[in-house]
Every structure is written in C-alpha cells, then in structure tokens.
Design a protein around this ligand. Structure first.
Ligand SMILES: C[S@@+](CC[C@H](N)C(=O)[O-])C[C@H]1O[C@@H](n2cnc3c(N)ncnc32)[C@H](O)[C@@H]1O
Length: 274
C-alpha cells in the first residue's frame, strides 16, 4: 500500500503554531481566493472546497458571503483542523465540513453540484490526478466555475521526477530521517540566502523575510514540510491540464502559469454538459 503524507498532522501544527499567531493569515487567504473570484461574484452562491486542509479558503468563502460552503478532506486530521477553524473564526450554519474522498465516485455523486468548485493543491496528491480532476469537474453546476491548482511538470536538473523520488524517500523513512531531511532543507535554504545576500551586498535579514514570505497565508516552514512530504505527487503541463478540462465542456477564463516547481492555477467556466 502507498504510504501517504499525513497532511492533516501538518495542518494541525500549522494551525496551532502559525495561523493562530498571525492575524494577517485569514486576510491573505481571502486575497488569494478573491484574486479569481471576487466577493461580489461569490455572494449568495454555493461553494465546495475539495481537500480543504486547514480550512482557510473555506473560511474565506464564508467571509465572501457564500450561501452554502461544503468543505471535505480525505484526512481526518485536516477535517478536525477545518472544524476548529470554523469554531474559532467562521461559525455559520451555511458551512458544512466532512470527511470524503474525491476519488470515490458514489461520494462525489452524492454531493450534487455547486456554483464554485475549488481545489487548491489537492488533486495531484490523491494518487490518481486525472480521475480526481474528472470528478471535480462533475461537481460544477451549469454556468458554474472550476478552480484547480496543479503542480507544473518541471524539467531540468531538479525536475519533477527528481522531487518525486525525494518525496517517496521522505514518506518511507523513519521519523528521525524525516526530521533530518526537513532541517537539512531548511538549513541549506538559509545558507543559500546568506551567501547570495553577501554576494549582492544586500541585508540578509530582509532577503530572508522576502524569500520566506508565503502567498495565501502559508508559513514558510510548514510549506517546506508539505513540499518535502507531499506524496502521492503528480504533475502536469499547463497545456495538458487545459486540454483535459476543456474537453469536458469548460472554457478557460483566467490562469497563472508556473514555469518552475509551483502550481499552475486555472479557472474554467462550464459551457456545456459533458
Ligand atoms: C497541500 S494540501 C492543500 C489544502 C488546501 N486546499 C490549501 O490549499 O490550503 C492537500 C490536501 O488534500 C487532501 N487530499 C489528498 N487526497 C485527497 C482525496 N483523495 N480527497 C480529498 N482530499 C484529499 C489532503 O489530505 C490535504 O489536506
């Protein structure tokens, strides 16, 4: 059986050690969601957050006055974390949270359809990315929209294939080796930033702050653990993602393309039933 990274454990630690300490996090998450879907657009609409993790985007959807928000995640710890997030910040009758698997056809069918279907960095961690994208597309109501963020297929020295091996090694290692890999990656990054700031005569503290500043309210450290451990791990080119979803009756309305190891972000509008 494939060893999966325990995302929920990481989310729990992130929530306790970072989220609760940083007041700007919910704002950052809302900015990231509203970049593609404004508050006006989301108002009174239904929203589903596939692989909700800590729940920061579901909370942003609640704060954007969605009529109904459903968050689900495969990992029970993620579900618990999302429930905690709701209890502390977004208590609302319109927000339901449950455990579920996007690869489970009968579960997906039972959910019905939503105006906005959101999956940030999830579908490539399921173990069957194309099926997961297909199932996510089935959740979109007529004229609804689908957002997916999927890792780019990076080429070159540290390619996606290289990272696949690292992640696999991480997940099949003992706790001790895992810790070693995390602190090694952290230290190498710090040394790199220090040497580069000396070389370019820049302030190393400012450089470190700029390098470790994360989008969407994430913490650098917990993102690093998520990156090293995030397995199953798949990736795709922008073109193949576009083609796959377009064939299912969707038009691309907005996007951001990654040329490195990051995620492509694609927003589609449903134009016909598949
Ligand atoms: C990298 S995290 C992203 C979480 C959140 N979307 C965010 O951007 O903060 C990936 C999440 O996908 C969840 N996940 C993995 N496989 C899944 C599946 N088959 N069905 C639902 N969720 C899944 C993981 O448990 C994890 O919480």
């Amino acid at each position: 059986m494939t060893k999966r990274f325990e995302f929920g454990q990481n989310w729990k630690k992130y929530f306790l050690n970072y989220y609760l300490q940083n007041k700007s996090v919910p704002e950052e998450a809302a900015k990231s969601l509203n970049k593609y879907w404004s508050k006006e657009k989301l108002k009174n609409k239904s929203f589903i957050d596939i692989g909700c993790g800590s729940g920061i985007f579901s909370l942003a959807a609640i704060k954007s006055n969605c009529l109904e928000v459903l968050s689900f995640d495969y990992d029970k710890d993620s579900v618990d974390c999302c429930k905690k997030c709701k209890k502390l910040y977004g208590s609302s009758e319109n927000w339901k949270i449950e455990q579920g698997d996007i690869l489970d056809d009968s579960y997906v069918k039972s959910l019905g359809q939503f105006d906005f279907v959101y999956a940030w960095g999830v579908l490539h961690h399921t173990g069957n990315m194309w099926k997961a994208i297909d199932n996510a597309s089935k959740l979109v109501a007529s004229n609804g929209e689908l957002f997916i963020a999927i890792y780019n297929h990076a080429k070159g020295k540290k390619s996606s294939e290289y990272w696949l091996k690292v992640k696999k090694r991480f997940n099949y290692s003992s706790t001790y080796i895992k810790k070693y890999m995390i602190y090694k990656a952290f230290t190498l990054k710090a040394i790199h930033v220090l040497l580069s700031s000396i070389k370019h005569m820049k302030n190393p503290i400012k450089e470190w702050k700029s390098v470790t500043r994360q989008r969407k309210g994430m913490s650098f450290f917990f993102n690093l653990v998520d990156w090293l451990g995030g397995y199953p791990y798949e990736y795709a080119s922008f073109e193949s993602l576009f083609r796959f979803v377009h064939e299912r009756g969707f038009n691309l309305t907005d996007c951001s393309i990654s040329y490195g190891h990051g995620c492509h972000e694609l927003v589609f509008k449903k134009s016909r039933d598949f």
